[in-house]
Every structure is written in structure tokens, then in C-alpha cells.
Design a protein around this ligand. Structure first.
Ligand code: RNT
Ligand code: ZN
Length: 414
């Protein structure tokens, strides 16, 4: 408490309102992805391996094998995460109770169990159609396939998914993100780049045609994937242009989906100039779209600063997207989510007004001094205080509880 009071005074001397920052932080929903809990397997119980150019590596014991286990693990994880939380589901997490249907026939009832779970946990839900790990991914293509039957199957899946998202919105209130990411691309140099993109545009037009309340439609671009190194149909330019021409559809930025020196932190302000919402996937690309657990690194802090200083906490919809199978999966969720929240707190504790003024005055020496001094301010004291106020462990204490769960629960799964 004493440390908090002292540190708070230091921030206040720099013109930062600490209490206001903590209040704001508590209001920011983080969309936590369910797929860290089971290595993106889902519950379809087919032999289909993870496909689409994304990969989980590692075989740490204790992966959730069914809905009950995934729900229990997720509940455990969020008990160590402060603030507002949402759960982001993929279509492969449908609950079948024996009556399996294929993806183009999914209905809201297949997710009723998740709605019940969300209500009990007091969290929101988001949705993602699953356009991978399925035999109808033909020659690596879905919505851009030249095979009309294949393309129609995936269009039906896209339509079914939006209705599930609308059902979430109706049941839980608020708005629900429905994110279309397709793996479509080619391993080697294409003979035709335009054809697949024109077919993708037509597929999206059909998927988004129905007016649905409460659904925030998104499409996630990408630069390349494993096995599809030479061409990605849904590139950044493609979806950005699509979103610009189709109000109500947003371009989702995943910070693992750009060339290594290109940064999402620099894209946010461009998009804020034109769009009222920016959906994000925060991840950690190590040399490629490796989806490591989010670290409190410079780029994540810079993304957070862009959101905060542009007053965009309600416009930028923060979702997470990482899947590491080489470490304890509950710890992965806790570490990655808390890091995003720490980055937001770090950003909320900067004297942005003063810094913008220095930039406009051309006083770059003082600006650099202040930016650098802010980095070694003891913001951890404020974080600890925030965690205590939110009823979650502040420091490393949560880890012992996760290890206990590992011994008593996870390691008993064979
Ligand atoms: C893949 C995309 C996509 C997936 C999830 C599972 O490169 O980032 O978001 O990771 O939908
Ligand atoms: Zn993503």
C-alpha cells in the first residue's frame, strides 16, 4: 500500500491520473481465445490434423480433450486474470451431444452450452468460423476455390457462423465479433492471382448479405503460412479495400501477419482515420507467424500506447491469438493475457498530452528524455495494486496454484 501511494505520487507529479487509469483498465474487455487450451484441436473428433498453414508445436501434458476439460481449464485461467474478459470460440468447438453436423449445418443450439458457460462466468463471447482442418479445404482453398461445390460449402459455413454470433449477441447483450480467417493460398508461384481474389470477394458478399443485429463482421488478413508461402488470397490490401467499400465489415489486424519490419502499432492510427472499429489479434511472432505467448515486449507496449493515446479503447477490439503446446496451457493464457493488460496499464500511465505537445513544439530532446524516463518508472507497483483490487494474485503467486492444478488435474489426463 505504501509503495502504491509513493509511486502514485511520482506519476501524479508527471501529470498522470493513476486512479483514472486503473478505472479505465478495469473496463477494457480482452477477448481470450479458447484454442490455447487444446492446441487448436476442437471437438469434431475427426482424424483431421490442424491445417491451413498454422501449427502448434510441443507436447506438454494435460491438453483439454473435451468441452468439460476446456471449460474447467479456462475457468481456472481467468481466476488469475483481472478485469473484463470475453471468450473467443471457433466453430470447431461446437457441442454436439451425439448429433454431429458438418460445418455448413451448424446452428446456435450447438453453442448453447457455451452461452450457459459464459453467463455463469460473467463474460462475453466472440466467434470465428473455422475454414481449416477439414476435408473440404481443397488444394488449400476454401472461399476462393474454383470448385463451386467447395466454395458453396464454405459460404454456407460463413453464413451459419454469423447466425451463431448473432445468437451470442442476443443472449449475452452487446456486440459480438465474428472473424473470418481463411487459409487460402498457394505454395508456389501462381498462374492466376486475380481469379481467387475475385471469387473470395463474391463469397464474402454472399456471407455478409444478411443483416444481423449485434454482429461485428471482420476479416483477418495474412502475408503467408506454412505450405502457402508464395501467395495468400486474403492479403492486407485485399481486406482493407473490402472493408473500405463495405461499411460494417472490418479488417482484423493480427500482429503476426505482416512482414517482420512492418508493425501493427503504426497501422492503428491510419485505420482510426477511416474506421470506427479496429479488431485486433495480439500474438508474438518469432521470426514468422509462430504464435508464441504474448510477451510484454516493445511492440505490444507500442500497440497499447496507440490505443490509449488516440482515445480508442472502445474502438479497438482486443483479441488474443497464440497457441503454445510446449508449456502449461493455463499458464500460457494467464501470462499472455496479463501481459496485454500490463501493456495497457503502462500506456495508461504515460503523460500523453505533454508528449504530444513536445512533438508539436519540435522539442524532440525533451520528448526523448521523457519517453525514456517513463520506461523505468515503477509501474509494477501500480499493477500489483490493481490486481489486489481486482481480487487476483499480483506477482508470481498464481503460478503455484496453476502447478497444483497441473498435478491434481492435468497430469491425470492420459
Ligand atoms: C491464423 C490466424 C487465425 C488463427 C485462429 C486459430 O494465422 O491468425 O486467427 O490463428 O483463427
Ligand atoms: Zn489471428
Amino acid at each position: 500500500m505504501e509503495r502504491y501511494t509513493q509511486t502514485k505520487k511520482r506519476y501524479e507529479a508527471l501529470g498522470v491520473d493513476v486512479e483514472a487509469a486503473l478505472k479505465q483498465l478495469g473496463q477494457v474487455p480482452i477477448g481470450i481465445h479458447c484454442w490455447q487450451g487444446d492446441d487448436v484441436n476442437g471437438f469434431e473428433s475427426s482424424d483431421e490434423a490442424l491445417s491451413g498453414g498454422i501449427q502448434t508445436t510441443g507436447n506438454y501434458p494435460g491438453r483439454a480433450r473435451n468441452p468439460e476439460e476446456l471449460m474447467a481449464d479456462f475457468k481456472k485461467a481467468i481466476s488469475f486474470i483481472p478485469g473484463k474478459k470475453r471468450l473467443s470460440l471457433h466453430a470447431i468447438y461446437a457441442l454436439f451431444d451425439g448429433g454431429f453436423v458438418d460445418r455448413d449445418e451448424l446452428r446456435p443450439e450447438h453453442f448453447a452450452g457455451w452461452v450457459k458457460f459464459a453467463k455463469e462466468a460473467g463474460i462475453g463471447l466472440d466467434f470465428n468460423p473455422t475454414f481449416f482442418s477439414h476435408p473440404n479445404v481443397k488444394d488449400g482453398l476454401t472461399l476462393s476455390s474454383p470448385d463451386e461445390d467447395i466454395r458453396q460449402f464454405w459460404i454456407r459455413h460463413g453464413i451459419a457462423s454469423r447466425r451463431i454470433a448473432a445468437y451470442f449477441a442476443k443472449e449475452l447483450g452487446g456486440q459480438v465479433v465474428n472473424n473470418v480467417w481463411i487459409p487460402d493460398g498457394l505454395k508456389d508461384t501462381p498462374a492466376d492471382r486475380l481469379g481467387p481474389r475475385q471469387r473470395l470477394k463474391d463469397s464474402l458478399d454472399q456471407i455478409f448479405a444478411e443483416k444481423l443485429d449485434g454482429v461485428i463482421d471482420c476479416a483477418e488478413s495474412k502475408v503467408f503460412g506454412i505450405g502457402v508461402e508464395s501467395y495468400t488470397v486474403g492479403s492486407n490490401e485485399f481486406y482493407l479495400a473490402y472493408a473500405a467499400q463495405n461499411p460494417g465489415v472490418y479488417n482484423l489486424l493480427d500482429n503476426g501477419h505482416y512482414h517482420p519490419t512492418e508493425v501493427v502499432s503504426d497501422k492503428i492510427s491510419s485505420l482510426l482515420t477511416y474506421f470506427d472499429k479496429i479488431p485486433l489479434h495480439i500474438t508474438r511472432p518469432v521470426r514468422w507467424d509462430s504464435d508464441h505467448v504474448v510477451a510484454l515486449d516493445d511492440e505490444v507496449k507500442e500497440i497499447a500506447k496507440e490505443i490509449v493515446r488516440n482515445d480508442a479503447l472502445e474502438k479497438v477490439l482486443i483479441g488474443l491469438d497464440f497457441f503454445d503446446a510446449s508449456i502449461n496451457r493455463i499458464a500460457a493464457w494467464v501470462i499472455g493475457t496479463r501481459n496485454v493488460q500490463k501493456a495497457l496499464l503502462f500506456a495508461l500511465l504515460q503523460p500523453h498530452g505533454k508528449m504530444k505537445e513536445l512533438q508539436d513544439q519540435g522539442d524532440f530532446t525533451q520528448l526523448l528524455m521523457l519517453q525514456e524516463e517513463m520506461k523505468s518508472m515503477p509501474f509494477g507497483d501500480i499493477w500489483d495494486h490493481y490486481c489486489h483490487g481486482q481480487g487476483v494474485p499480483a506477482g508470481t503467486e498464481w503460478y503455484d496454484a496453476v502447478m497444483e492444478y497441473e498435478t491434481n488435474v492435468l497430469l491425470k489426463r492420459s
